[in-house]
Design a protein around this ligand. Structure first.
Ligand code: ATP
Ligand code: MG
Length: 434
């Protein structure tokens, strides 16, 4: 079906069929130009009113902005054209007309609010700066997948409709599952761990997670994309190494393949792959550093979670990606292993961008008895998790892993203000459609 020539591939001296959106019409009197846009870029089409077929010229001039046109003709050199070539048409066909009134201006000349943009995402992504974000997101995920393969991981897909939740703190979305109540999964945590005892050993998943966060914030979605990793015979330090590899792999892929998109976003000059060896600071050191900045009203103490202002103060102080390790066991989930030398300290870690948290991970509790105890301590009924705990009785090796929010990765990589800019159709407190 698609035997057209892309705008930026059109070579002078050839005849070509170009198809794309009518970006702009410039009518100068005796001569007029149509600017067509496709996924590669733009190309000029020349209309000479007195010399060309009247009906064809009329079709071109009558077409509304953003209509899809197909133009066939000769490609010629033209210095004054934006790309140095233009098409001298032999035929112009309207493939799909656009209404004269558009709900938002894809040329970007007229600003639109975020709601209008999200309501009309199809038109919004026609803007080069918005399209660039999603091209970069795609490249980043390709880099992530390639890096996981380098780490000898197998890509898995686990259920999103589940019987039980795991991440206390954030709420679950219930769904009706025939006669039973079920939930949308908050995390592939338990399923990826179940695969550690299988012959796969090292797995990753890139998939949706659902969290009934009550409040709209610039950093939370109700449906997000989680990049998850889990590896047998790994401890927290190994998992942190893998985390660094994956994040750097995403940046490297973008640096290698998205030069034009970074240019479009005005980031080409500043874009750097984070240096290997992200600093690892303990939770205790983090508290001291935050307290020393004076950015938080009350002095933070052992056991306190880090508030957003606390995270921001520390991020500014550190100034690059970094890990926070050795968290108090009491504020990390039950499936994270405590340190062998001190049960009040967990092997859990977070990986932070100076702006916010990107990753949570740790070594997992793989000993059946300790695991069941952990459930009880967290006020969860271990029996409800039998499908999970039972597998720890049949040879579950030590293992570690983490989860990385894909939207937060893109948001911080491109310095976007709002996480909604990094997802096509965000789900938040107000937004369920489109
Ligand atoms: P936060 O404290 O920032 O709300 P969290 O600690 O509850 O996040 P985790 O359960 O640790 O989140 O999930 C691992 C990662 O998944 C987070 O570091 C983040 O990158 C991403 N993530 C979690 N919840 C959301 C969400 N609601 N929207 C977007 N990304 C999320
Ligand atoms: Mg976390």
């Amino acid at each position: 079906m698609d035997d057209r020539t892309l705008a930026t591939d059109a070579q002078p001296g050839e005849s070509a069929t170009i198809a794309g959106w009518l970006h702009e019409t410039r009518d100068l009197g005796g001569i007029a130009f149509l600017i067509l846009r496709d996924r590669s870029g733009k190309i000029q089409v020349k209309l000479e009113k007195d010399e060309m077929d009247d009906a064809m010229v009329e079709t071109g001039l009558d077409a509304h902005r953003e209509s899809v046109l197909q133009v066939s003709g000769a490609v010629e050199d033209e210095e004054r054209a934006p790309t140095g070539v233009e098409v001298v048409p032999e035929s112009i066909e309207v493939v799909a007309a656009a209404d004269p009134e558009l709900p938002l201006d894809p040329s970007g000349k007229v600003d639109a609010g975020l709601d209008t943009r999200l309501d009309n995402r199809t038109l919004d992504v026609r803007k080069p700066a918005v399209k660039a974000v999603f091209e970069i997101r795609s490249a980043a995920l390709a880099g992530v997948r390639a890096s996981f393969r380098d780490l000898d991981c197998t890509e898995i897909t686990t259920p999103k409709i589940v019987a039980t939740g795991t991440e206390g703190g954030t709420e679950l979305f219930p769904v009706s599952y025939f006669a039973q109540e079920a939930y949308m999964n908050q995390s592939p945590q338990l399923f990826k761990q179940l695969m550690i005892g299988s012959g796969l050993e090292r797995v990753f998943e890139i998939g949706p997670i659902f969290r009934a966060e009550e409040h709209n914030t610039p950093r939370h979605l109700n449906e997000a994309t989680s990049i998850d990793f889990e590896s047998a015979f790994a401890d927290a330090s190994d998992a942190m190494d893998a985390c660094e590899t994956i994040v750097r792999g995403a940046y490297e892929a973008v640096a290698e393949t998205c030069e034009a998109e970074l240019e479009t976003l005005g980031l080409a000059e500043d874009f750097t792959v984070p240096e290997a060896g992200f600093p690892r600071i303990t939770y205790e050191e983090a508290l001291d550093r935050i307290n020393a900045t004076g950015a938080v009203d009350e002095t933070l103490e052992w056991g306190d979670d880090l508030s957003t202002p606390a995270e921001e103060a520390l991020g500014e102080d550190v100034g690059e990606h970094y890990f926070i390790t050795d968290w108090p066991s009491e504020i990390k989930p039950f499936y994270i292993k405590d340190r062998d030398d001190d049960a009040t300290v967990s092997t859990g870690f977070d990986m932070m961008h100076p702006r916010l948290e990107l990753v949570s991970g740790g070594q997992r509790e793989h000993r059946f008895d300790h695991l069941v105890e952990g459930f009880e301590q967290q006020g969860l009924d271990p029996e409800a998790f039998d499908y999970y705990t039972q597998m720890f009785r049949y040879g579950m090796p030590p293992h570690a892993g983490w989860g990385l929010g894909a939207e937060r990765l893109v948001m911080t990589m491109l310095d976007l203000d709002n996480i909604r800019e990094a997802v096509l159709f965000p789900r938040d407190r107000q937004r369920l459609s489109p």
